[in-house]
Design a binder for this molecule. Structure first.
Ligand code: FES
Ligand code: FES
Length: 191
């Protein structure tokens, strides 16, 4: 069956068998491999994407169910040239180890802050309870979300996923050492 959907702001069409899962359509048909498969049993959250702005586990959604809808993957949240504040906070706060869970964590965290721009640590933990980290680095994941929330509250309105896109211009040439890459908002949020 031919399906039409919007992925990261662009129209996409593909032939999808009725049993094709959205995560496989994104990865195998559209080449968006930032969305990971960690379990295939709807347990880990590595496959989390936004469907019409709401986080879903894309291994539990058939591709045909996304027909006519809007999908945002980690590639639509930000990229190396223009990191989303949440991505930058995970980087600066060491919110990842192997990184396998990270894209799903970030997508879920973006959705969480859209609904609750100033979450407590308990609320962050509850908001991310559907995302598992096999490296068990949960403390720094919570810290990353806290840092991003503070930076975003102070410098960006929270109305829609589009409004959560990068709030600062990309560095012209990121220094390889990582020095000087933090925005003033994140420098301040980390202190
Ligand atoms: Fe979807 Fe684990 S791959 S929840
Ligand atoms: Fe390795 Fe989370 S950073 S699974």
């Amino acid at each position: 069956m031919k399906i039409d959907l919007t992925v990261n702001g662009k129209r996409a069409s593909l032939d999808a068998e009725p049993r094709l899962l959205l995560v496989h359509a994104l990865r195998d048909e559209l080449g968006l491999t930032g969305t990971h498969v960690g379990c295939d049993t709807s347990s880990c959250g590595a496959c989390t994407v936004l469907l019409d702005g709401v986080s879903v586990k894309s291994c539990t959604v058939f591709a045909v169910q996304a027909h006519g809808h809007d999908v945002t993957t980690i590639e639509g949240i930000g990229n190396a040239a223009e990191l989303h504040p949440m991505q930058e906070a995970f980087w600066s706060s060491h919110g990842l180890q192997c990184g396998y869970c990270t894209t799903g964590m970030i997508v879920s965290a973006v959705d969480l802050l859209k609904r609750n721009p100033d979450p407590s640590d308990d609320e962050i933990r509850a908001g991310l309870e559907g995302n598992l980290c096999r490296c068990t680095g949960y403390e720094n994941i919570v810290k990353s979300v806290r840092v991003a929330a503070k930076a975003m509250r102070e410098h960006a309105p929270l109305h829609s996923v589009r409004d959560l896109m990068p709030i600062h211009p990309p560095a012209e040439t990121p220094p390889p050492s990582g020095e000087g890459i933090l925005t003033p908002a994140l420098e301040e949020a980390m202190t």
